[in-house]
Design a protein around this ligand. Structure first.
Ligand SMILES: NC(=O)c1ccc[n+]([C@@H]2O[C@H](COP(=O)([O-])OP(=O)(O)OC[C@H]3O[C@@H](n4cnc5c(N)ncnc54)[C@H](O)[C@@H]3O)[C@@H](O)[C@H]2O)c1
Length: 329
């Protein structure tokens, strides 16, 4: 059993608190938020915790093993630093920080103090994403040619950050987790369709050392909600549709083979359209798996899957993509 306290109970914090509250292995001690109304709402639901506006008081509590940070991005760095100074292990919601410089400093400090530093990249704990990685690594799809990913809906327009900072951490975490490599080329472009200076649509393209290319489409402005990743390989193709309530992953035995031309210019293409199947996927809730992973890391002192370094890789890519996005406006 480990004791955790949550700092930040806005839009996302309640999801983290819900899973911690229902875990047999986690004891929640404090809920901290600057907003009185948010604290009152939480207290009505969970009357037994300590409610406070003062994060320092939470960090000073010797009984607390780990801090769960679900504040806006600009508070991640100062709060995580302070929590570690007080000897706490820290789980930070994605993205780890607002800059790679801050992320590197957190990683170095965590190493020095021997603290667990984990980033909340929920998708790497999601059973469909894990299944997708398993399929790719098994070689079933053959050589991976390219990946396309779409994350669009008629979403909340954030005023202080671009659509890339808001949505790209998800797709990047999925792609980096599956491929285990970092891009050698990052490009992006987009548009500030509604609020001038706030990009609400972006297209990121990545090129990896393995020659795999990827494209990520992100938008707060779309007629329907799409959460979809397509992986195209030399043998088979795969679609991961997170909005599909039943078959989130479908594997298609489809492809095109090219025979060597017999005479100059005569290419022979053979189209293969075989069966499709949807693999059985574990029903575990990703957030629960994520919180239990943090608890396990705190207990065993083993590096969690989405550690500070993983968070940094994503922030580095976002910085480059975001710069190119603004340059394209
Ligand atoms: N994993 C996911 O799918 C997912 C989804 C949404 C948001 N997030 C992440 O969660 C984090 C929070 O996002 P959100 O949408 O909930 O933001 P939000 O603005 O709705 O909530 C943040 C809360 O933090 C509180 N806060 C700010 N500074 C504080 C301080 N110093 N001490 C105590 N409380 C403080 C605010 O009062 C607010 O209630 C962000 O990092 C975001 O990227 C993750």
């Amino acid at each position: 059993m480990k004791t955790f306290s949550i700092v930040g109970y806005g839009y996302w914090g309640p999801n983290l608190l819900r899973v911690m509250d229902s875990s047999q292995n986690i004891k929640v001690k404090h809920v901290c938020d600057l907003d009185e109304k948010r604290l009152k709402e939480a207290k009505e639901k969970y009357p037994d915790y300590i409610y406070t506006k003062n994060a320092d008081a939470v960090f000073e509590d010797k009984e607390v093993d780990g801090i769960i940070l679900a504040t806006p991005i600009d508070m991640h760095y100062p709060l995580a630093m302070k929590a570690m100074e007080h000897g706490k292990d820290v789980f930070i919601e994605k993205p780890i920080t607002g800059s790679s410089d801050e992320a590197s400093k957190l990683i170095a400090f965590a190493r020095e103090k021997k603290k667990i530093l984990m980033t909340g990249h929920t998708f790497v704990f999601s059973p469909p994403v894990r299944k997708m990685k398993e399929i790719v690594k098994s070689g079933e799809l053959g050589e991976i040619f390219f990946i396309t990913s779409s994350r669009v809906n008629l979403g909340i327009h954030r005023k202080s950050i671009s659509v890339i900072w808001d949505l790209a951490p998800h797709d990047l975490s999925i792609i980096y987790y599956i491929l285990d490599e970092d891009p050698i080329e990052i490009n992006s472009s987009g548009r500030d369709s509604i609020i001038k200076g706030v990009p609400d649509v972006a297209f990121i393209s990545l090129k990896f050392p393995s020659k795999i290319v990827a494209n990520i489409e992100l938008s707060w402005l779309a007629p329907t909600k799409i959460r979809r990743t397509i992986i195209v390989g030399s043998k088979k193709m795969l679609i991961y549709d997170d909005s599909d309530p039943v078959d989130k992953i479908k594997v298609f035995d489809k492809g095109i083979e090219m025979k060597d031309p017999q005479t100059f210019g005569e290419y022979q293409l053979t189209y293969r359209t075989g069966d499709m199947y949807a693999p059985r996927i574990d029903s575990a809730e990703p957030l629960m798996v994520e919180m239990e992973s943090f608890r396990e890391a705190v207990e065993t002192r083993k590096t969690p899957l989405s550690d500070g370094e993983f968070g940094l890789r994503i922030v580095k890519t976002i910085e480059t993509a975001d710069k190119k996005l603004y340059a394209s406006l």
